[in-house]
Design a protein around this ligand. Structure first.
Ligand code: HEM
Ligand code: SF4
Length: 573
C-alpha cells in the first residue's frame, strides 16, 4: 500500500465542489460517455455511466462505441412519494428511460437507460416534482432509509421525521447540482469557507449510509449500515429516544480477507433532540479518521475495527457535545415486509405489494407500470418503497380498497405463496452494472422455481426463508444477512452462504464455492430435507443450519472469514 491518497481523493479535491468538467462534457456530442474523472463525480449527482453489457461484443465487432446510457438514482428519504411524484417518475421513465422503474433495496427509484442528451431534461422533470438525485451515490451520506412497516403510525411519524431531518442536515450544499443540471447561475466568489461546512472539499472517504427503524421490524437491516437509529418505545407506543448503531457495511472483495462485511455495533442511547447532532459528529469523525489511501478500507466499519468502538464513541460524544447513555433493550422479529392489507389510522388502510426484485415494467400479462399509474391517478394517500424492493400503497380510503386490490391482482403485484419468493431480493447486476460477475435479478426467479419444487416435496412451500442474491461481492442486496446468501463469482457461478439470523442480527457463513445451477439446487435440497425432518418448533432455517452443523455461526468483522469449512455435517448429495 502506498501512502498517497487514492485517485478519487485527488479528483474530489480538484473538482471545485463536484463540478469537474461535467458541464462541458454534457455538450460534447461525439460520445455518449463522459471523461473518466467526471464519471466519478457524476455519482455524487446521483448518476452512474453504464453500458448495456448484453450488446458489448456485437458493438465491438461492428467497431461501434459501447451502448452508453446513464442510471439515475433519485433521493427519496424513507422511500415516501406522493402520487404526483410517482406519476412524474413514471412519465420520465417512459419518456427518457427504458420504460420501467427499479425500486431499490435502499428505498429509492433507479431509472435506467437515459442517454446523455436527455439527462438535463430528465433532471428538470425530477426537480419539478420536488425531487432530486443529489448524493444518491458517491462519497457522501446517501438516501436515508426509514422502516416502512405500516403499523404503529405514531412511532412511524417520529421515525420518518428523524429520517428527513438527518437527510436534510447531511445533504451536500454545493450549488454544482443546480448549476449543471438545472441551468442555475453560478454565484460568484467567496464560496470556500461556506460551501460544505460538514463535508469540506473532499467529502467523505467513501459512501455513507443511514437508517431509522421501529422495532419489532428490522426491514431496513439496521446492522448493515454505517449509522442507524432504533426507536425505543414506551408502553403507549411513543418514542422515548433512539439506540444508535454504527459501523455496519456489506461490501467485500473475493479472495481478499482484509475486506469483509460487518454488522454494526450498538453505541448507546440518545434523545430525539440530540439525534441530528450525533449524526453530524459520526460523519465528521469518519471524515477525519476514515482511510483516504485505500478505498477498499475506507468505510466506517474499518475505522471502527481499526480504532476500536470505545475511542470512536468518545470522539463522537466529544464533538456532538451530548451524552450517549447505555443502550436500551429492544427486540427485532424479522427483516421482511408484511404483505397484503393492514389497518392504518383514520379508518384508512395500507396495501403492501410484491414487486419481484423491485423491477417494474409493462410485460405481457403483467402491466405493472400501467397498474400503478392507474392507482396513483386517483390516490390521495402516498406510496412507500420498502427496504425489500416492494411497494406500499398507503392510506387508502375504504371505498377504494376493492378497486385497488383488483388492479394489483391483475398486474401480478400481490404476494405469492412461496415463502422463499416472499423473502427474496436480488441486485440489478447484468446487463447494466459494470461490476457484475454473474447474473442476479434475471436469474434468481429461475433458481427459486427450481428450489420451490424441492421445498414443495419437503412440505416447506410456505416456510419463510430469506434468500438474497448479488452478482458480485459488493453486496447491494445485503446477501450476507440472508439465511441463504448467493454471491456471484463468475458467469453462472455463485458462492453459497448459510446461517444468518432471520431478524438480521447475525451474518451468514461461506458454505460452498463456485456452484452452478444444478450444484446449487443439489447442495440445498438435502439441507431442506433435514430442516423439514429435524427442525424444532419455531426454529428458523438460518439458526437450524448452525444447530444441525452445516455451518459454524459466523463472528463479526474480521472473523467473518474465520472458521470457513468448520462443519460437523455436510449435506448428503
Ligand atoms: C463496494 C461496494 C459497492 C459498489 C461499488 C456498488 C456499486 C453499485 C452499482 C454500480 C450499482 C448500479 C447497478 C445498476 O443499477 O445497474 C449499484 C446498485 C445498488 N446498490 Fe450498490 N454497490 C456497493 C455496495 C452496496 C451495498 C453494501 C448496498 C446496500 C447495503 C448497496 C445498495 C445498492 C442499491 C440499493 C442499488 C440499487 C439497485 C438494487 O436495489 O439492487 N450497494 N451498486
Ligand atoms: S452487488 Fe455487485 S453486481 Fe450487484 S448491483 Fe451491486 S455492484 Fe452490481
Amino acid at each position: 500500500m502506498t501512502d498517497e491518497v487514492s485517485r478519487n481523493e485527488r479528483i474530489k479535491e480538484a473538482s471545485d465542489y463536484l463540478r469537474g468538467t461535467l458541464a462541458e462534457g454534457l455538450r460534447e456530442e461525439i460520445t455518449g460517455a463522459i471523461v473518466e474523472d467526471d464519471q466519478q463525480l457524476v455519482k455524487f449527482h446521483g448518476m452512474y455511466l453504464q453500458d448495456d453489457r448484453d450488446l458489448r461484443s456485437e458493438r465491438s465487432r461492428k467497431k461501434m462505441e459501447k451502448a452508453f446510457a446513464f442510471m439515475i438514482r433519485v433521493r427519496i428519504p424513507g422511500g415516501v412519494l406522493s402520487p404526483a411524484q410517482w406519476l412524474a417518475l413514471d412519465q420520465v421513465a417512459r419518456d427518457y428511460g427504458n420504460g420501467g422503474m427499479r425500486l431499490t433495496t435502499r428505498q429509492t427509484v433507479q431509472l435506467h437507460g437515459i442517454i446523455k442528451s436527455n439527462l438535463k431534461a430528465t433532471l428538470k422533470r425530477i426537480d419539478a416534482a420536488l425531487l432530486n438525485s443529489i448524493a444518491a451515490c458517491g462519497d457522501v451520506n446517501r438516501n436515508v432509509m426509514c422502516g416502512a412497516n405500516p403499523d404503529q403510525s405514531q412511532a412511524y411519524a417520529a421515525a420518518i421525521e428523524l429520517a428527513r431531518a438527518v437527510s436534510d442536515h447531511l445533504t451536500p450544499r454545493t450549488p454544482a447540482y443546480r448549476e449543471i443540471w438545472l441551468d442555475g447561475e453560478r454565484i460568484a466568489g467567496g464560496e470556500d469557507e461556506v460551501v460544505e461546512p460538514i463535508y469540506g472539499k473532499t467529502y467523505l472517504p467513501r459512501k455513507f449510509k443511514i437508517v431509522v427503524t421501529v422495532p419489532p421490524s428490522n426491514d431496513v437491516d439496521v446492522f448493515a449500515h454505517d449509522l442507524g437509529y432504533i426507536a425505543i418505545l414506551d408502553d403507549k407506543g411513543s418514542v422515548t429516544g433512539w439506540n444508535v448503531t454504527a459501523g455496519g457495511g456489506m461490501g467485500m472483495t473475493h479472495g481478499e480477507p482484509d475486506t469483509y462485511p460487518r454488522t454494526a455495533d450498538v453505541m448507546g442511547f440518545c434523545e430525539t433532540k440530540d439525534a441530528v447532532a450525533i449524526a453530524e459528529a459520526v460523519v465528521t469523525v469518519q471524515r477525519d479518521w476514515g482511510n483516504r489511501l485505500n478505498r477498499k478500507h475506507a468505510r466506517l466499519k474499518y475505522t471502527i475495527e481499526d480504532r476500536g468502538l470505545d475511542a470512536f464513541r468518545a470522539e463522537v460524544v466529544r464533538r456532538a457535545g451530548v451524552q450517549l447513555s447505555p443502550p436500551q433493550p429492544f427486540t427485532f422479529t424479522s427483516t421482511g415486509d408484511r404483505y397484503g392489507w393492514s389497518d392504518g389510522a383514520n379508518g384508512r388502510s395500507h396495501l403492501t405489494l410484491y414487486v419481484e426484485n423491485g423491477r417494474l415494467l409493462d410485460r405481457a400479462g403483467a402491466q405493472q407500470m400501467s397498474a400503478l399509474r392507474q392507482i396513483a391517478q386517483n390516490h390521495d394517500g402516498d406510496f412507500r418503497i420498502t427496504p425489500n424492493q416492494n411497494l406500499i400503497v398507503a392510506n387508502i380510503p375504504a371505498e377504494r380498497r376493492t378497486e385497488i386490490h383488483w388492479i394489483a391482482q391483475e398486474a401480478g403485484l400481490l404476494a405469492p405463496w412461496s415463502g422463499l419468493r416472499r423473502n427474496s431480493m436480488a441486485c440489478v447486476a447484468l446487463p447494466t452494472c459494470g461490476l457484475a460477475l454473474a447474473e442476479s435479478e434475471r436469474y434468481l426467479p429461475d433458481l427459486m422455481t427450481a428450489l420451490d419444487e424441492k421445498l414443495a416435496a419437503h412440505g416447506l412451500t410456505a416456510a419463510d426463508i430469506v434468500i438474497r442474491m448479488t452478482g458480485c461481492p459488493n453486496g447491494c442486496a445485503r446477501p450476507y444477512l440472508a439465511e441463504i446468501g448467493l454471491v456471484g463469482k463468475g458467469p453462472g457461478r455463485y458462492n453459497l452462504y448459510l446461517g444468518a439470523a432471520y431478524d438480521g442480527s447475525r451474518m451468514n457463513k461461506l458454505y460452498a464455492e463456485d456452484l452452478e445451477h444444478g450444484a446449487l439446487v443439489a447442495a440445498l435440497d438435502p439441507i431442506f430435507a433435514a430442516y423439514a425432518a429435524e427442525r424444532q418448533k419455531g426454529e428458523r432455517f438460518g439458526d437450524f443450519t448452525i444447530r444441525a452443523g452445516f455451518v459454524a455461526a459466523t463472528g463479526n468483522g474480521r472473523d467473518f472469514h474465520a472458521n470457513v469449512g468448520n462443519q460437523t455435517r455436510r449435506a448428503a448429495r
